[in-house]
Design a protein around this ligand. Structure first.
Ligand SMILES: NC(=O)c1ccc[n+]([C@@H]2O[C@H](COP(=O)([O-])OP(=O)(O)OC[C@H]3O[C@@H](n4cnc5c(N)ncnc54)[C@H](O)[C@@H]3O)[C@@H](O)[C@H]2O)c1
Length: 107
């Protein structure tokens, strides 16, 4: 199964991907995982070090329609999308764009 995980360099997304690729969800051990993450102040690829090499990574924004249309999203069977900053105040101040609702619609 091809699974796209957006925001996977963050707290919840990285936990999900590490668990998934470590056999924590029986039946999904062979999942082909694509990570799409904008790498904001909250995103850190080191969170995925324990499963490095077992997923493909694209740095990008879920609000980028061209990127999604280019195949990142289209080639997937399942999309898991824990990609909004947990700290809303900091996210709005530092990234200064209202994001995931519109991006999630496109996904
Ligand atoms: N952490 C919690 O305890 C908790 C609890 C309940 C719900 N949530 C919700 O889960 C979601 C994720 O929380 P988290 O703690 O993992 O947040 P986080 O800030 O640790 O991670 C968010 C990730 O999303 C990425 N990201 C942000 N905007 C993006 C965009 N436009 N395109 C692509 N990537 C983008 C960031 O780079 C980061 O890697 C949030 O919506 C949050 O409100 C979190």
């Amino acid at each position: 199964m091809r699974i796209l995980v957006t925001g996977a360099a963050g707290f919840i997304g990285s936990h999900y991907v590490r668990t998934l690729l470590s056999g924590g969800y029986p039946g999904y051990e062979d999942a082909e995982v694509t990570v799409l993450d904008k790498l904001t102040y909250a995103g850190n690829l080191a969170n995925l070090d324990p499963v490095a090499g077992r997923f493909s990574f694209t740095r990008g924004d879920i609000c980028d329609a061209a990127l999604l249309a280019d195949g990142v999203a289209a080639a997937q069977e399942v999309i898991v999308s824990p990609d909004a900053g947990a700290n809303v105040k900091v996210t709005l101040r530092r990234d200064s764009v209202p994001q995931p609702p519109s991006g999630r619609k496109m996904l």
